[in-house]
Design a protein around this ligand. Sequence first.
Ligand SMILES: [Zn+2]
Length: 258
Amino acid sequence: MGLLTNNDKPCPICGEATPRLLATTIANEMPICSDCSKKISMAETKLAQLSVAELKVHLSQREENARQLEEVFRPNYSVDITWTSLNIDEANELFTLPIHECGDIKNPPIFKYEELNGYELHDEHGLIEHCHRGEAAPQLISTDPTPAIYESERISSTISRHYKLHLFFSNPYWDKVEVEAGTVVTLKSQFVNEYTAFMERFNPVTFALAAMMGVDASTYVIDADTIAEEIKKFEELRDAGIITEEEFNEKKNQLLGN
Ligand SMILES: [Zn+2]
């Protein structure tokens, strides 16, 4: 018996020795060998409840996934998200997102459009943007391009924000996948510019995800409350003589989609 391997608990899939330390485990804390565990693609919470029979089904589905990547999946465009990309096959309504969390990066799980239920974009302080299936449009939590400066950032001259995209699925192996969506590290005076640039870079992700869920993103950013707020801002500019009545009406009609 090796120090690092556990021959008393062979892998239930292939019979090889399993790691003594930090082995991937399924239900009843049964360890899996490292070769087999590399092929798995599912949320840890699901893996922890998986029986040997269910794992065998999963591994055969992973082989089928690899075959579909070769023979069926034909992405016609891709959208970058920091370290990865959404690879989208519009004709077959399929996409992949090759990230480490999803297991073997050469065999990323193929998701169906219909399995995507929603997404949320977060920074470390909270929710920034979200859209779920059935909603009228993606929603920004604030349309104000000036992001909040938090209490903890008051005394600092720099700001750093770390963005994460959460994707929600109806999929037997994934409820939720988290993706690094980018960072903004900048002088406070530059933050609005950098944040706006970040959101502009993120726009194609919004549009791609909304399209997969059948959500119309053409009115992206605009909801009833924010329209009212935006119109009020332009009213104030008009009242202060900064814009003309004509410019105000033009902006108002634009916001109301007229
Ligand atoms: Zn094994």
